[in-house]
Ligand binder design. Structure first.
Ligand SMILES: [Zn+2]
Length: 249
């Protein structure tokens, strides 16, 4: 076989792996939400299903690695693909691994967002009115109420306790997923630059490193702004400085 034919075969082998992974991810997307609702809004079965899909995805990546090590490299070399050109062919499997990892992340975020929206909707239906135990005046229930809270009656100053319902309690734990999905574009950019950093040479490393920091910060800012919209008690500045400290260490 000619070098062109060998390269073409390698490309189509990698494409088949990519297609198989896309099938896996699409079928998970189709089934996950139903699984969540049918298990009584329990997120553990989904977590297990996603872990299983991740393992299958990693197995697909290993297939590409094995093919390269055991066969493709030698075939290409013998048909005249050498040095930089050979490196370029090897990089295709790294690119595939990156694509599958990031597609998996996006799929997982999308599914978790779907679950979170469902819980928040149930929680909103649970918001109840509450009357003062002392003077029976209607108390104002704050819009964002996902934990028990003391409400002071504006007529008699009695302190009343608001007890949220089950879904309201649950909702607080799902805000993270909604905010993350709203920051999906920033997240994709961050993943791309992180991958570019892995590929960077000594000469470009510093530049890509600072680009990665900018991308990570942009993601955190967007995520935290969205989180604050859902939960006004979020201290965005404190959270951001915590994230950046963690990033820099
Ligand atoms: Zn009162």
């Amino acid at each position: 076989m000619t070098r062109e034919q060998n390269i073409e075969r390698w490309d189509s082998f990698l494409l088949k792996i990519k297609e198989r992974a896309t099938e896996l991810f699409d079928s998970a997307r189709g089934q996950a939400f139903t699984l969540f609702v049918e298990s009584g809004n329990d997120s553990i079965p989904i977590g297990n299903a996603l872990s299983a899909i991740r393992i299958q995805m990693l197995e697909l990546c290993s297939k590409a690695d094995d093919a390269w090590e055991q066969k493709v490299r030698d075939l290409l070399y013998c048909s005249g693909v050498h040095d930089d050109e050979l490196d370029l062919e090897e990089k295709k499997r790294d690119q595939l691994r990156y694509t599958l990892e990031s597609d998996f992340t996006v799929m997982e975020m999308e599914i978790r967002n779907q679950m979170a929206l469902h819980i928040v909707k149930m929680a909103q239906q649970q918001v109840k009115t509450i009357s003062c135990t002392q003077c029976l005046a209607q108390l104002e229930v704050p819009l964002h109420l996902y934990q028990s809270e003391h409400l002071v009656c504006k007529f008699c100053q009695t302190v009343n306790t608001y007890e949220p319902g089950t879904y309201q309690r649950m909702a607080g734990g799902f805000f993270h997923d909604i905010a993350r999905w709203k920051a999906i574009e920033e997240c994709k950019v961050e993943m791309e630059v992180r991958y570019a950093l892995q590929q960077a040479t000594e000469g470009t490393q510093q530049k890509v490193k600072s680009a990665h920091r900018i991308a990570f910060k942009a993601y955190c800012e967007k995520y935290l702004a969205e989180l604050k919209a859902l939960n006004p008690t979020t201290d965005t500045e404190k959270e951001l400085s915590f994230e950046m400290q963690r990033f820099d260490s």
